[in-house]
Design a binder for this molecule. Structure first.
Ligand SMILES: [Zn+2]
Ligand SMILES: [Zn+2]
Length: 330
């Protein structure tokens, strides 16, 4: 059966066999046919997908934060975000989604087409085709983020841009995208440049793969900010996966662990030395404290307070150096 060409006269070949499409491909086809304008269809779908995935993934973390049972796995157990804090963060994130990301998302379709990306076309790529592409985007983004994040810790960049994201020394899921618009643009480049470059060089990428990649990347970012390290967290099965335990330290101690998804960049670059020293000193001190859970928790509280105080001093120093630089320029 061919589809009704009066619905979408220009997008699809009228001789296409509609029945041969999978369920997902039929939905894809119907969406683009229904909207009619591919720029609008991609823009709307991208924005909706981003909002649904972002807040959808944050909801379980909000629930977990409200249930005391889960505190045993909270990385900084003394710092549970209050509902007010979470609401303030949500408002800020929504503001930047509408004011910054929406216009950029709108430009995405034309940009994707310039790089030769398939958008409204069916069939959709298979899992076999998508898996290596998504893996490559993860590696690219992680490396990009590693360097860009370190640049954001440089005096003026930190003072005027990245400081906002560091408002929370004990992050929570919603705080993943709590950042200055310039930071969203800088770090977002790592997420979209990989697929665009890949598409430019291979000429083979469907926007559907981008959606799979962005969904997984959002899961990664939100989980890394969740503040929880469960025995079933991915990093316990994939030792090179960074996870919340890795990024929580960055927020608490204001140093080390600049990557997003993986641990290897920080390991190779030597920017996880303080983190690893902290972890082994804490392990040793807990052993010395004996079997009492209470004593172990006390040791951990002390260690955390020290690391955080040191972090605050380091942050003040970065801001001071930035202020000096701006005064000199004036
Ligand atoms: Zn940072
Ligand atoms: Zn963060």
């Amino acid at each position: 059966m061919s589809y009704n060409s009066t619905v979408a006269p220009s997008l699809y070949d009228p001789s296409m066999d509609f029945d041969s499409l999978s369920w997902a491909e039929k939905q894809w086809f119907s969406w683009y046919s229904f909207i009619g304008n591919p720029v609008l269809a991609t823009g709307l779908m991208s924005f909706l997908m981003h909002e649904i995935v972002y807040f959808g993934r944050c909801i379980p973390w909000i629930i977990i934060d409200a249930i005391p049972y889960f505190r045993r796995w909270k990385l900084q157990p003394a710092k549970i975000p209050s509902p007010q804090e979470q609401w303030e963060c949500t408002k800020q994130v929504l503001f930047s989604h509408f004011m910054v990301e929406l216009p950029v998302i709108w430009l995405f379709h034309p940009m994707a087409e310039v790089f030769g990306m398939r958008t409204y076309e069916v069939p959709l790529p298979s899992l076999r085709e998508m898996a290596p592409q998504v893996a490559l985007f993860f590696v690219f983004e992680d490396m990009f983020h590693y360097f860009a994040h370190q640049a954001l810790h440089y005096g003026p960049m930190y003072k005027y841009i990245h400081k906002i994201h560091h408002k929370y020394s004990a992050p929570f899921g919603l705080a993943a995208e709590y950042a200055h618009p310039a930071e969203v643009a800088i770090l977002g480049t790592g997420t979209i440049a990989g697929p665009l470059l890949y598409c430019y060089f291979t000429g083979n990428l469907h926007i559907f793969t981008m959606y799979v990649w962005i969904t997984l990347r959002l899961f990664q970012a939100i989980d890394a900010h969740s503040g929880y390290d469960f025995p079933w967290s991915l990093q316990h099965f994939l030792p090179f996966w960074a996870g919340a335990e890795h990024h929580d330290f960055h927020h608490m101690a204001f140093t080390n662990n600049f990557s997003t998804s993986f641990r290897w960049c920080d390991y190779i670059g030597g920017t996880d030395d303080k983190y690893r020293a902290y972890a082994s000193r804490l392990k040793e001190a807990k052993k010395m404290a004996g079997s009492s859970k209470e004593k172990q928790a006390e040791v951990e509280r002390k260690f955390m307070a020290e690391a955080e105080a040191e972090g605050l001093r380091a942050e003040a120093e970065v801001i001071r150096s930035a202020t000096q630089k701006t005064t000199k320029v004036q």
